[in-house]
Write a protein that binds this ligand. Sequence first.
Ligand code: NA7
Length: 549
Amino acid sequence: MSQSAPGAPTNRESGADTAPFDALIIGAGFSGLYQLHCLRDKLGLRVQVLEMADDVGGTWYWNRYPGARCDSESHSYCYAFSEEIYREWSWTERYPGPAEIRRYLRFVADRLDLLRDVRFETRVTGAEYDEGANLWRVHTDDGRTRSAQFLITAVGCLSAANIPKIPGLERFEGQWAHTGQWPHEGIDFRGKRVGQIGTGSTGIQAAPVIAETAAHLTVFQRTANYSIPARNGPLTEADQQTYKDEFGDLRRIMHEASNGHPFLISQRSARETPAAERRQVYEQAWEKGGLRFRATFADLLVDEAANETAASFIKEKIRQIVRDPETARKLATIDHPFATKRPPVDSHYFETFNRDNVSLVDIREDPIEEITPGGIRTRSQEYPLDVIVFATGFDAMSGPLLNLNLTGRNGLRLAEAWTAGPVNTLGLQVAGFPNLFTITGPGSPSVLCNMPVAIEQHVEWITDCIAHMREQGHERIETTPEAMDKWVRHVNEAANATLLPKANSSWYLGANVPGKPRVFMPYAGGMARYRRICEQVAGDGYTEFVFDA
Ligand code: NA7
């Protein structure tokens, strides 16, 4: 996975980076780049970003699978900290694909001259806090150790691939790939028999595109899923002008909205809206497409009866679209309320099952037993395959942080601190790990929010916090176990006030990774409320944190 894209800004170690940095940042996606800009250009700190890939992009560097596309709308899936930069970039489609997002991030990186402080092809293998020196010692796969007062993780929430341990994979004679580690040269499916495992957002995007060229596509479904048509399409110059002209309003709405998207959730109740009228609202939202469907009514995520109205509308659509009744039955037998797992948006996913070269296997009814040299064998039969696509998701949120091998004070490893699941304060700091900040960590809105909005809020909070420390002459900040208990309780209360914990197999709960503790990880209390809490904590002098303890 280290193929260099043409013109990739490979920027190896110069040898001049031996003195301690003020801050080291891990990751050069949306979070890491903006954090670099804030600390270097606003606070004047000495900062370096360490990135394992050979280019910027983060999630979008790795996710290059067929059909990959962001499900936030382009004009909101970008930085909003600078109106000038916002206006300089024009998105070409309603939803951005990985290549366009990478070009955008390169544009911002060039615009702000960020790349000179990014070290590419440099993977962090571990880091420990040196209490005597009040420095983080950060080790990388080039054998070097750098140190910094602050360590900031910008590693994303969905970057640790979950490749299920199905017996026999090592003997498979065809080609296989995980969607989140997709080969840069792509996979040519022409004439191939392809098996796809997984029907989350990724699988639902990939299947229609794979089916266009494969000889045959077999989709192995464990949990049937809801999906709303994305209705992607080109943005005209007039569209681009409109969103640029509306920047101020868009930014305000994204900050007010509980999910950080450029639309507000309706105040109406689905339960109290007459059936015919409700149906019309759903029909319109289905036609409009995208995540806006979730915003049709206020009570969809808090009231089971309200949720059921949306769920049954979508299931009916599936049955109308899919011609084979048995396939339709399998696709529409969905075991969780709508949007309690991340709700996918698609381009002709259900229609794909009307193609002659596509079939669906329900692996709850007929489980996969092994991968053979020639394909996948379920309990009842073997499916001969040339390619297996693992659209099986990620060890989400905590996985990328645990993979960093972080060790805090007194040899406390993050993996030990989190044996029962991630605990922290505001999703930003873990007791025992001074001067470590985790951008969009578990316990923050992150994946329940339009990511760039959540990222900007975290980066700005961290920047203000470090600025405050400099002004006050503080060298060290750390949260306390009591503050973490309080925050974890609040995160649980916020989740339990919604239907979100009702999806048993959701990655929000860590339930997709065998052995992972079941803890509802993202903060479900809403982005706007979270922002207010963070502002209050800072405004009151960083209550929940101790300086120089
Ligand atoms: P998801 O949403 O975690 O989906 C993974 C899919 O893979 C889902 O259908 C899983 O079924 C399935 N899966 C996982 N492990 C297995 C095994 N062992 N056997 C069979 N099937 C399995 O990941 P995505 O990449 O689609 O999306 C991640 C996020 O990226 C998405 O939500 C957006 O935020 C962007 P399950 O439902 O667990 O039964």
